[in-house]
Design a protein around this ligand. Sequence first.
Ligand code: SF4
Length: 730
Amino acid sequence: MSQSCWHRGDRGVQPDRLVQTHCCFCGQQCGIQLKVKDNEVIGFEPWEEFPFNQGMLCPKGVKRYLQGSHPDRLISAFRRDPGAPGGFSSLDYDEAIRQVADGIGRIQAAHGNAAFAVLSGASLTTEKTYLMGKFARVCLKTPYIDYNGRLCMVSAAAGNKKAFGIDRAANPWSDILGAGVVWISGANVAECAPITTNYVWQARENGAKVIVVDPRITPLARTCDLFLPIKPGRDVALFNGILQLMIENDWLDHAFIDAHTVGFESLAESVRGWTPSRTAEVTGIAEREIRKAAEWWGTAKASFLLHARGIEHHSHGVQNVLGAINIVLASGRIGRENCGYATITGQANGQGGREHGQKCDQLPGARDLANPEHRAHVAKVWGVSPDELPQPGVDAYEIFRKIDRGEIRGLLSICFNPLVSLPDNNFVARMLDKVDFYVAIDFFLNDTAHHADIVLPGSLHEEDEGTMTQIEGRVIKINQAVNPPGDARQDWRIIQDLAAALGRPHGFTFAHPREIFEELRRASQGGIADYSGITWEKIEQRHGIFWPCPSEDHPGTPRLFEPASHNPIAKGAGPFYFPDGKARFNIAEYTAPTEDVDAEFPVILTTGRVVSHFLSGTQTRRIGPLGDQYPEPRVEIHPQLAARLGILDGDWTAVTSRRGEITVRAQVVKTIRPDTVFVPYHWAGAKSVNQVTISAQDPISKIPEYKVCAVRLSKAARPPEYAGQLERQQ
Ligand code: SF4
């Protein structure tokens, strides 16, 4: 849907007030001031004092205010009703809560507590993500909760924990500005993290050389100093080849390696075979360019390495991340000014949403659900016995496999749209029809919620208060601008209403999100993600506080791994979060993608985002100007491949894999490798490229391999869902 709505702001209505808050979309969490009239957001003003974006916004941030009064906004509960228009009829909120509690109780009584699962979201405030983890473990007593960050941040998180012992950007973005080399791998920065572009360009103006590694000449790559057009799925080979050249040329920081790391000797042995010629052969990058990149990186005085889903969405995503970290550690350029490393967070609360217990194996404070000491600490805060807490569950995709096996019979999702965002989603659709009872909480009827038995109307970002943690590790404050309309409720209230209706209200009687945050502070105290010294007032006074922050008089920790920075694990032994204070080099093994090309499926498909849309498109497909900018998915094809297949720009083209097919228009561009095609994934149903992608997962992080599968292409007829369009767009 691309319907926009008429806003009073469009007609020059003066606002009653400005509310300082943050954008609802990506992990950069740009500061913004919402213009509010009565109970409606009617526009925005830049918030120039917020240091990260200094008033700048991308197209999504500029248009975000248009969603609030959209006619699709859910303002009542609904129940599935095949006889009703649209398949649903509205339902009194209290009755809906009763029916959901009955459904959960029925399934758990018949099949056990573990027969009910929860899928949560990383767009929620940290208070809500904390409550969701607690709700699953304490109220529902099920091990099965996971979240949609499983599709986003988990490879980076696992790699960071293995190497550094902590999962957070090592540096504030201000350190990018003074870097001599900025290395960007697998990140379409200008479209997916637009404000970061400004940091990279400022660094370049200050003299930095910018290296971009990507299968596509992304907008940022068009202004970089060295572009490495890597074949999808070969990143670890490149990092190993770079490290081998650093070793050969002695571009190493021996003092740092000796004092602050372990494992370098065995790593060096493991990369010995990654000669420039072998690296070039595997990656598809010219040998001289590999040598140039290694020299620039190896001899830099200050540097910053950024990566994102391009290297993480793989069945060996963690190995790719470890390969990247290895070249950072070998250079010794981390833990000091202008020398840094970070992954670029995707979702709004992609950082905070992965710290406080909605992951399948995690408790608040980035604690480990399997660790007896960690269980005891959190159980005490929650007023339950540690023995009552379930053991770790399974990842989001495995929850659907458990539905297939009949082990999970009921499902509750909140702000998660797996029918669009999970790979091989025809399987997901079958599982949504198979599950006995499915409840969706959201503010729009998202594509997955169309399969729900009951839909509960949740809250938009601007309808609630709480914290999020943005891309740098800075905890920020979301402020409420308007009240939820009609019967819609703030999500934490819905969860507590369910706990009460289930007769299990213990621990779910918070009167305000601030009370949830105060409990979260205690639950995180002493953990790696320690928020105990953060207060809402402190956040607002200082434009955010970087965790860890272990006491109220602590200023927070913008840059990790500095000699004197807070570290509850090393306790003074060294800068990294292991008992000996040393970082770990990890051997990063190269393996080919799970499904490589062959004679039947000879082209690599890679997927990603465009600047106008966000993730599964639940919001941005409803914001008219964004939909108009990029109304439907297209397949990017290099002219050489297009010519070989007889495909012209604008032709309908079928992209077929072993799992499914999508028919979209061809966009013939020179900015992609000739052996690779690209389709963005923001659409549902017949327009969803995730019908085609593969459900192979990384064995450690369980992230799906969205960035590589094998397809074939052919000219096709216009599909029925595009009826009314001309055969070829001019
Ligand atoms: S989508 Fe991201 S970059 Fe764009 S305005 Fe929002 S937070 Fe900023």
